[in-house]
Design a binder for this molecule. Sequence first.
Ligand code: PLP
Length: 410
Amino acid sequence: MFQTAERLRRVKPSPTVILNGRVADLAAQGRNVLSLVAGEPDFDTPAHIKQSAKEAIDRGETKYTAVDGTPALRRAVAAKFERENGLAYAQDEIIVGTGGKQVVYNALMASLSAGDEVVIPAPYWVSYPEIVLLAEGTPVIVPCAPEDGFRLDPKALQAAITERTRWLILNSPANPSGAGYSREELAAIAEVLLRHPQVWILTDDIYEHLTYGGFRFATIAAVEPKLRERTLTMNGVSKTYCMTGWRIGYAGGPKPLIRAMSAIQSHSTTNAASISQAAAVAALNGPQDFIADHVAAFERRRDKVVAGLNAVEGLSCRVPEGAFYVFPSCGALLGSQAPDGGVIATDEDLALYLLDAAGIGLVHGSAFGCPGHLRLSYAASDEKLDRAIERIASACAALAPAAAPARARA
Ligand code: PLP
């Protein structure tokens, strides 16, 4: 009989992948499902990037590359860090991986030993705690309150740090909350970190360019240069350049860490696909003006979705600074009764009700370590978003309010 590895028994499969599967099953049965689950832009990869990949094939760039990435891509990454973030990284301080996800995986696999702790603010991207567990580390989840804009309170960070803390994972703008940290907020976090030299910082900047309403992106190694020697600045082309399927992520960080990550990668995937690397060079070095058009579309959709959800009784949605998700609270709907008599006790019940009754695919907040919320992706057409909001509003209106608590007898 097949037996799974002990390490695999520690981790849960990705809830977003499971939900995507469920949505696909319902669609295959002929149901009209509107999925707001996807974590990827609905725009196509820009033509000049696709063209550069075709040319790379024709030039014969179809062989293994250096494990850390082609010199051309590492030069483009270094130039990007310098140009956009004011961070200087040498060629041997950069690694390219098969998506930002592999870069995170390599960093944690290369640095954690059993029992090492990793501080993860919640709500979090689903893969962080699972990768920590795969690497035999211990995730230390620190809840971030909606009143704080889902941002890590420096005092809560201070309280979570122990001698065993190896990493803090920061993600701004964040998946799933869309929360972004200003320079000042990062400086307050840096102040805590400066007191704890054993803690390294993994900053996941993959949504860097998708910010709205005058929010200005900042990254911690640039905000506090004294942390540069223990920060891994991770980024990638998936979201900004609509290249999720090409699988290119990258990071800049201290040489010993990059060398250790490279050792892990050399025994797993070797290098990211040569053709995708050529395309990423074109993405980073080529015209950037289309990004503003995408950002304008996302901002318009964000505003539409936030307004639509806030008009639904029982939902309450803050305006996120970035990414392409909204993360409304649904706490006021918990305890209510569906038309079939079932009680909506949890955010997961609500997500399943919306899928079954209204044909809406979204993800429950507890999947991201933050119960009482829902995550909707607005990387979808305006027309689809309009229809989705209408369906959510009527499905929520069909819920019978939670029974009022019995009045105490006089
Ligand atoms: N980090 C965050 C916060 C994400 O939301 C995602 C994708 O959903 C990734 C990293 C991974 O991106 P990729 O592996 O496509 O570069």
